[in-house]
Write a protein that binds this ligand. Sequence first.
Ligand code: ZN
Length: 179
Amino acid sequence: MALLKILRYPDPRLHKIAKPVTEFGTERLRKLVADMADTMYDAPGVGLAATQVDVHERVIVIDVSETHDQLIVFINPEITWASEDKQVYDEGCLSVPGIYDGVERPAKVKVRAYDVEGKEFTVDADGLLAVCIQHEMDHLMGKVFVEYLSPLKRNRIKAKLQKEERGMEREAARAGGRR
Ligand code: ZN
């Protein structure tokens, strides 16, 4: 089990655009997906995009089950249909710890993607799964959910997280000094 470091907003690397995966079934891709799943379950979270662990390829892992045993791996996902009706859901993000806010998105989507071996599949998603797929696909386009919020809210969140980051750095420096 390997845990990957999750980038925190407003890290500029969260705004990089991911490239499609071109080689399937490789040891490297299997390891990336396994490490991403470990990292997501450990956090704990219901979804993680490769962008969040500084790998800029179109790979997402999601598990919205209560039992944490229904992992879905989406590689090169594309939304082929989105419903007219929308839903507002209080979203959170492993890259924006402690922040939750309402985002409006299509209530249902159809997604086409590939698994690790390159086999194509489609998913009809609604509820939390639909929210999660759209949230993670935004990451692959370099978009973080706070960008749906008002500039005022977004700046407040940015300031709060930057302050926390500085606090963590000071703490690390102090711990280093004691050694
Ligand atoms: Zn996120």
